[in-house]
Write a protein that binds this ligand. Structure first.
Ligand SMILES: O=C(O)CCC(=O)C(=O)O
Length: 263
């Protein structure tokens, strides 16, 4: 059976700091726009509901993620589109988690992922709890995984997720401008070494501490750029051909050639 093509919409949002209601309204517009462009899946950035307004999480984090889940499920069902819900600030059992929800095109929850590596430079370790579970789901029939932002600096983690069968790696982020070059190079490396499509979606705009320069990007399994945005708010679609996974993995069989007996 030929592998499908998928059309992916990358929603590079400017996030209103600590204003979940405004950000939810914007997410609605982006989902409608992605559906109009016939995307199979739309992907949002990290913490799209609150931004890094960590000191106000007591007040603004989403209790059990209920509000985000209801919104994303309803939009997925209404527009018949998969949604990789970037991540949102979720409160659970007296702790906060940086959490991704993924919904299919019927509005069913496919995956919940809590950011595994907390980013000390932006004080996440002081306010958030780390997750400890992998994310695996399928988009149509394509096996996929996701991580969040800083997680891409840990190739062992992405290797583990990829070795379990993923062909798409989604990476929602709030990656500050001064390290944009590292963002692009790390994502390209993760694509090449895991012979996977990598979809990185960053935010744009400012918060009190950082400027975010976007450069959301889709890499193919050879590390070629298929689509890249600039530094302004935008939504862009790109169609990827999953046959490329078979040819790339067939030519250089890195998964089979690994030496798990040594490392
Ligand atoms: O690793 C980096 O340089 C940026 C990470 C980051 O901004 C985050 O995890 O939110």
């Amino acid at each position: 059976m030929p592998m499908p093509k998928l059309t992916i919409a990358i929603a590079q949002m400017a996030i209103a700091f600590g204003q979940p209601a405004d950000n939810r309204a914007k997410v609605k517009k982006f989902v409608a726009q992605a559906a109009k462009q016939r995307a199979d899946i739309v992907v949002f950035p990290e913490l799209w509901d609150t931004g890094y307004d960590l000191t106000r999480f007591d007040e603004i984090a989403d209790s059990e993620g209920t509000t985000a889940q209801q919104l994303l499920a309803q939009l997925a069902q209404q527009y018949h589109i998969y949604i990789l819900g970037g991540s949102v600030a979720v409160s659970h059992d007296g702790h906060f988690y940086n959490t991704t929800y993924v919904f299919d095109d019927q509005g069913q929850l496919l995956s919940t992922y809590r950011k595994v590596h907390l980013f000390g430079l932006m004080h996440e370790d002081q306010y958030l709890q780390a997750g400890n579970q992998m994310s695996h789901f399928t988009v149509k029939t394509v096996p996929a995984t996701n991580v969040i932002c800083y997680d891409i600096r840990f190739p062992e983690w992405l290797r583990k997720l990829s070795a379990a069968g993923s062909e798409l790696i989604f990476v929602p982020a709030e990656w500050p401008e001064q390290r944009t070059q590292q963002w692009l190079q790390l994502l390209a490396a993760r694509a090449i070494e895991n012979q996977s499509f990598v979809i990185g979606v960053n935010r744009v705009g400012d918060d009190p501490d950082n400027h975010f320069a976007g450069h959301s990007v889709v890499y193919d399994p050879l590390g070629n750029v298929l689509s890249e945005l600039g530094d302004t708010e935008a939504l862009k679609t790109v169609t990827i051909d999953l046959d490329q996974i078979t040819s790339v993995r067939g030519e250089i069989p890195v998964f089979a050639d690994r030496r798990p007996d040594l490392y």
